[in-house]
Write a protein that binds this ligand. Structure first.
Ligand SMILES: [Zn+2]
Length: 269
């Protein structure tokens, strides 16, 4: 009988289905050279933090525009499925390599990728446990994260488990907090309620718990998020407090309850 029990236990603990149930968030970090070229050549929002990087981007643009104006116009405005577009893109890639500033910008993006990957891995266990506790969701997803140049700020969830992340660290554990914010886009409903809850969970609670109360590297310890949602986030603070203290519902139930209570109708994902 005892042997039988041991055998049963062994089956339960080695069963692959059981193993698959282990929760995780896996991030795979990539660089996409087509996206990087689009950013470096056309993006208007360039961060001025590093004059050297801004200068390298300007040099690279001048180098390319003086030689390949037609190809660049097709790359910017053309249809990616079109054969001329494809030809222009391969030409641009080939020619960009002749510009030393591009080599530098490319290397800086690779460095940024390594930095983000290391920070994510260093914080993974702790941030996963915190987010699990805050959201009460079951996490089983893998995401592709495309890293852009540090002088081009970007944070976007592009659907299909794809995240675009660019720019630099504007505070302690900045990348970890915002990668969780983007991850939460795949779980939370679209719109004001879902997004404000994501901000309360990741931008605020996760940030404060990872960094501790003494940290002021983000400039503030209160109410971080999109400025146009500031008032709504503040308004929801009591609902949030009650949810964190006592309830057994998850963050998606909370979003539904808030919409119902205040009569907010939003398109769901
Ligand atoms: Zn967002």
């Amino acid at each position: 009988m005892k042997n039988m029990l041991l055998l049963l236990l062994a089956i339960v603990f080695t069963n692959p289905i059981h193993a698959q149930e282990k929760e995780y968030i896996e991030l795979q970090f990539y660089m996409d050279e087509d996206d990087l070229l689009q950013q470096l050549l056309f993006q208007d929002r360039i961060s001025r933090d590093s004059e050297k990087q801004v200068q390298a981007i300007q040099n690279f643009r001048a180098f390319m525009w003086s030689r390949y104006e037609k190809e660049l116009l097709t790359f910017r405005y053309g249809d990616p499925q079109n054969s001329r577009y494809k030809w222009c893109l391969s030409k641009i890639k080939e020619e960009a390599k002749k510009c030393p500033d591009y080599a530098e910008l490319f290397a800086q993006t690779q460095e940024r990728l390594e930095y983000c990957k290391n920070q994510w891995e260093t914080n993974y266990q702790q941030s996963f446990a915190i987010m699990k506790e805050i959201t009460r969701l079951h996490f089983h997803r893998t995401f592709r994260v495309y890293i852009g140049h540090p002088a081009v700020p970007e944070g976007r969830y592009r659907r299909n488990m794809t995240i675009c992340w660019g720019g630099r660290e504007y505070g302690k554990n900045y990348t970890t907090v915002y990668l969780w914010h983007e991850i939460m886009h795949s779980y939370c409903p679209h719109g004001l309620v879902g997004h404000s809850l994501q901000e309360l969970a990741a931008d605020n609670e996760l940030r404060q718990r990872l960094n501790g109360p003494e940290d002021h590297s983000w400039g503030t310890n209160e109410n971080v998020g999109h400025p146009e949602q500031d008032s709504f986030r503040l308004f929801m603070r009591n609902d949030w407090k009650r949810y964190r203290e006592a309830s057994n519902i998850d963050i998606l139930d909370l979003a539904r309850a808030i919409k119902k209570r205040y009569g907010i109708v939003e398109q769901t994902q």
